[in-house]
Design a protein around this ligand. Structure first.
Ligand code: SF4
Length: 407
């Protein structure tokens, strides 16, 4: 029996960003931000469609000038996902974005500081029923809160968010989500932990300016995964120096890996390879990933280097292939179903994955009714052959240990 562990999520209120719920146990959502000029609405829409196809639930566009607000007026009605307007410095841009029909605003308390301006925007949002993300950023913290000795502290970031909330309360506005992002992972983790103790507004997670992948992806994952495992976080964004589609893919992968979203794409697992491998596992796995990644097939698929241990080690995968004697041994739920030439390993994997996605595992096993026995025997033969050629100890460790002991 498979064990399914779910992270208990901290209770938060629910807000609606357009038609997408955020908070109160709704699925953790993936966000990204366009990198086009918002005024160039055709290009921006193209990017929005690309990220939505990759799995973005909500998209943010900058609204830094009047032309951008006008672009939003054309983008919002044609967008497949809710649009958040990113506002810095100029509160009038927030009002213009609301006129354009955006589904949410992001305000940075560090650079819109006049209480009258903040309250004017919050009042307009209240009247329109549009939520605001209070987006505190360690790099642009309100100067009043910056500690000259300690620098940016988690306490100061939380206070910045709470100060903004108090302004909102004065005008009776509470459709709020909050972020306290920093590029320093421990700082960001601590700020979110403290924030989650003092508020039940939904939280938007992110490590800001994480940088290019893979280091940026790892940094952002370290911060967000830690918090998600503690039940903190209702929506996430990877801030990578990369195509926004990559940000969305990373976000989906993280949530799917943590069991926080239903699987949408293939989960490719592969053995690390060893002295027993009969193929170049790295390149076959990479080829399989390329062939399967955009197909929206929610299956776990395994690429294993040998038929000796591969099928057993990947018995929980939905579908897998293991190499042996220049051929590929396909298995469904641990049952051998077919043998294919080594050159067809990836194409066969794709073909079976498509079949299983359409018809299910039982149908795949029925499809192999007449080939299963021959496939099982072929796998046994190739397994035996590998054991005879490579020996039981494929990595020769006993001989190495004997050498070490002789010294
Ligand atoms: S024993 Fe086989 S399946 Fe396991 S790591 Fe080595 S090649 Fe891969």
């Amino acid at each position: 029996m498979k064990i399914r562990i779910l992270f208990e999520r901290r209770p938060t209120r629910r807000i609606m960003v357009g038609k997408v719920p955020v908070g109160d146990g709704s699925p953790v959502t993936v966000q990204t931000m366009t990198v086009t000029k918002t005024a160039d609405y055709e290009q921006t829409l193209q990017q929005i469609y690309a990220v939505a196809a990759a799995g973005a639930d909500i998209v943010r566009c900058t609204c830094n000038r009047q032309e951008a607000a006008e672009g939003l007026a054309r983008i919002v009605p044609r967008s497949p996902v809710p649009i958040v307007a990113d506002i810095h410095h100029n509160y009038r841009m927030a009002l213009a974005a609301l006129d354009a029909g955006v589904h949410c605003l992001r305000l940075n308390p560090g650079n819109i500081r006049k209480p009258a301006h903040i309250k004017a925007v919050a009042s307009e949002c209240r009247d329109r029923g549009v939520p605001i993300r209070i987006g505190v950023n360690g790099g642009s913290l309100d100067p009043d809160l910056y500690d000259p000795e300690l620098g940016v502290t988690p306490e100061a970031m939380v206070e910045s968010a709470q100060r903004e909330l108090r302004y909102f309360e004065e005008v009776d506005f509470d459709l709020v989500k909050i972020s306290v992002k920093a590029s320093n992972v421990p700082l960001m983790i601590e700020a979110y932990r403290q924030l989650s103790e003092v508020t039940d507004h939904p939280l938007h997670l992110g490590v800001t300016e994480a940088g290019p992948p893979p280091a940026g992806t790892i940094k952002a994952t370290a911060g967000m995964a830690t918090l998600l495992a503690e039940g903190i976080g209702d929506t996430i964004r990877y801030s990578l120096t990369a195509d926004p589609v990559e940000e969305v893919k990373a976000g989906r992968h993280l949530l799917e890996a943590m069991g926080l979203r239903e699987r949408r794409n293939v989960d490719l697992i592969a053995c690390p390879s060893c002295g027993r491998a009969e193929i170049d596992v790295f390149s076959v796995a990479e080829e399989a990933m390329k062939a399967l990644s955009d197909r929206k097939i929610p299956l776990q698929v395994a690429v294993m280097g040998c038929v000796v241990n591969g099928p057993g080690e990947a018995r929980d995968a939905d579908l897998g292939i293991a190499a042996g004697n220049r051929r590929g041994h396909l298995f469904v739920k641990g049952v051998n179903v077919a043998v294919v030439p080594e050159s067809d390993m990836v194409s066969s994997l794709v073909e079976w994955a498509e079949f299983m996605n359409k018809h299910g595992a039982q149908a795949a096993l029925r499809r192999a009714k007449n080939t299963r026995e021959a496939a099982r025997k072929a796998a046994m033969e190739d397994r035996q052959r590998n054991l005879e050629n490579v020996g039981v100890n494929a990595n020769n460790t006993e001989a190495v240990i004997a050498t070490i002991r002789r010294r």
